[in-house]
Design a protein. Structure first.
Length: 666
């Protein structure tokens, strides 16, 4: 990343401001990238040209320039002992090998980090730059210190990944909410644990009064993420100062040991994830000091680090091990593109490369193409010609590897598979996805144009799963806009207004979709076959940022109803979205008094409180009942069947809900 101000001035004078507003396929502008690298000279010139308001413009994932500045280059850290010997935190000390060029963060994809160098001076520069920019940006009209990304990540979450207390303290000066959770239920402590910094861990726990043992929505605790970072100091700090259970399992039944073996916070326990971090000392520490068992499954995670040979040779783990879905070590090697590990498994361990496994029974070509590992694929073809035919095979979903190559967005890989390996581009899988629709999910417009214009593939505008639907579902606004212009598509009318609902349902790049393709007033008039508009769907699926976009922007009233008279408050209470319920209860209603909004019945006489009691959400019942009490609303209101909320809670056996309701009125 160049910080050449002279070059910037030349480009600005020659091309004017339009070139600085152009976005890449992820919606990032040159300013976003400059903030990622903390290129102060470049950034200050840009804001002098375009104003400080430009710092608030978000990419397609909702990340503004301030988010980029807080997070730096990566959001997953693997800190080694070099880090722990420094008193000042590092700045972007790592090279991250992203195992996929499709950055949608698919649950079965993983990331790999390698520690390189520590640049304390750069970290301090980032802190100073953030402080200067905040002073100027905080007075802009639509500045929101608590702005979140489409994943629910706030500035404090991203700042905590840096391991820098100073960076976090800058945010505190502007009153940032330090106790917020992202959409996976992770707090600042989770992110601090992932940074591997015991100092920041201590700070977030003591200053923010956060629980270091609190699991996220998938049961993952900060201890597991500390193991994932590879930092022994962070692991020891949590074990010695909190009541975290080293043997606690997440929702998938894994303990923190797996997290030391694999850099993925969704499935494995501590030791397995420690091996993924590549820090054998941490793995040995957990085994020797806490007697955690090293199960064979850990080898699958260690394939992604430098520990695979050690675990087989010294700890005698079985290289033929597979998980409960049949995923094997060679598949893990293909997933991350580890050629050296693949050679070892095939030559020294006798592993077959033609085995299938995983959810859809995929082979090594499927796993490597989905992550865009061109070199890995060429290595297999050049060195194991007996397996070349596998490049044309299909998995249980009828998808060949070339489908996943299109999903990866790696243009040269697709060209190689088609022109050299003669892969068929015209196939369709069981979900009606083709190479074209998979290319739409990648966001690579050049690849999509190649498939349609050079290889003459059907653009799939009106297929069962259309290109436009795929683009919206995966948040690829650039693909959607090109298809709209190229084929003269009416986005609002397409398939009876389907696309806006997909945008709301998947909660990706929603505001970009609205502002770039649909007039807001028109958007709100679109109803599905149940009479729902985007407000109701957002409340049902828990998309708080979408509701805020419409209500805070005064595009609509919070009391808007569907065909059955149900409001967004009703749906959010029914589905158990407490944060949305709290927001709606505090939102003004522009048509009716607040009393009527809170107690608005549907066509059957059921209110939001009836819905919460019927479904058994005690926290929401307590919240709504509190609003009833403050507004002097009768909590025993009846529906058309003369049932009160208490009747519904009792009839459905929700004991805790009954207790919560009774406690709120006594």
């Amino acid at each position: 990343m160049s910080d050449s101000v002279e070059l910037l001035e030349y480009l600005y004078n020659y091309y004017k401001s339009e070139s600085f507003q152009k976005r890449n396929r992820f919606g990032a502008t040159p300013l976003h990238i400059a903030c990622q690298y903390a290129s102060s000279g470049f950034i200050m010139k840009i804001v002098n040209f375009l104003g400080y308001k430009v710092l608030l413009e978000a990419d397609y994932s909702g990340r503004s320039s301030l988010h980029y500045l807080c997070s730096g280059l990566i959001d997953k850290y693997c800190i080694t002992e070099v880090y722990n010997k420094l008193t000042a935190p590092c700045d972007i000390p790592l090279l991250m090998q992203i195992t996929t060029f499709n950055v949608e963060g698919r649950e079965d994809l993983v990331r790999r980090c390698i520690a390189l160098n520590i640049n304390v001076t750069k970290q301090h520069k980032r802190v100073r730059l953030l402080s200067v920019l905040f002073k100027k940006t905080s007075i802009v009209n639509n500045f929101n210190i608590n702005a979140i990304t489409t994943n629910g990540q706030s500035l404090v979450h991203l700042a905590c990944t840096s391991g820098s207390i100073l960076l976090v303290k800058v945010l505190e000066e502007y009153g940032i909410n330090t106790s917020s959770l992202d959409y996976e239920g992770q707090s600042a402590v989770h992110y601090a644990a992932l940074s591997g910094s015991p100092t920041l861990l201590h700070y977030t726990i003591s200053q923010y009064n956060l629980n270091a043992s609190q699991p996220d929505y998938k049961g993952v605790v900060p201890l597991a993420l500390a193991c994932m970072s590879g930092s022994i100091n962070a692991v020891e700090y949590i074990i010695n100062t909190t009541d975290s259970d080293i043997n606690l399992t997440c929702n998938e039944g894994r303990t923190p040991l797996h997290y030391s073996c694999r850099h993925d916070n969704k499935m494995w326990d501590v030791l397995t994830h420690s091996a993924w971090s590549g820090n054998m000392k941490l793995v040995q520490y957990l085994i020797n000091n806490h007697q955690l068992p090293l199960i064979p499954f850990a080898l699958l995670q260690a394939v992604c680090s430098s520990l695979a040979k050690l675990l087989v040779n010294e700890y005698k783990l079985d290289p033929q091990v597979e998980d409960n879905e049949g995923l094997k070590a060679v598949h893990c090697a293909a997933e991350v593109g580890a050629i050296d590990v693949l050679k070892y498994l095939e030559k020294d361990c006798g592993c077959d490369l033609d085995v299938v496994g995983g959810v859809h029974n995929m082979n090594v070509f499927h796993y490597s193409t989905v992550n865009g590992h061109f070199s890995f694929i060429k290595y297999i073809i050049n060195n194991y010609p007996q397996y070349t035919s596998l490049v044309h095979s299909i998995n249980d979903n009828d998808a060949p590897p070339v489908h996943y190559a299109c999903a990866s967005g790696v243009l040269q890989l697709v060209i190689f598979l088609v022109d050299v390996m003669n892969c068929d581009l015209t196939t369709e899988d069981k979900n009606s996805y083709t190479c074209v629709t998979w290319a739409c999910t990648s966001g690579n417009l050049d690849l999509l144009k190649l498939l349609i214009k050079q290889y003459k593939l059907n653009p799939r505008i009106f297929g069962e799963i259309s290109s436009l639907e795929a683009a919206v579902a995966y948040g690829k606004v650039n693909i959607l806009e090109w298809l709209r212009q190229e084929y003269h598509i009416n986005i609002v009318a397409f398939k009876k207004g389907l696309l806006p609902f997909l945008a709301a349902q998947y909660n990706r790049t929603f505001q970009s979709f609205v502002t770039s393709t649909v007039k807001t007033a028109t958007f709100l008039r679109i109803l599905d076959n149940k009479g729902f508009n985007v407000m109701h769907i957002s409340a049902k699926v828990g998309s708080l940022d979408i509701l805020r976009f419409f209500i805070d922007g005064r595009y609509c009233n919070p009391d808007i109803t569907d065909a059955s008279g149900r409001t967004s408050l009703y749906f959010s209470a029914q589905e158990g979205h407490l944060e949305i319920v709290e927001y709606l209860l505090d939102s003004p209603s522009y048509n009716k008094p607040r009393v009527q909004l809170v107690d608005m019945p549907d066509s059957n006489g059921n209110t939001a409180l009836h819905a919460a009691c019927s479904q058994g959400h005690p926290d929401i019942v307590s919240t709504i009942a509190g609003a009833y009490k403050s507004l002097n609303i009768d909590i025993y209101s009846i529906n058309e069947k003369r049932q009160t909320p208490l009747h519904l809670a009792a009839a459905n056996g929700h004991v805790n809900t009954v207790v919560s309701l009774l406690s709120a009125i006594t």
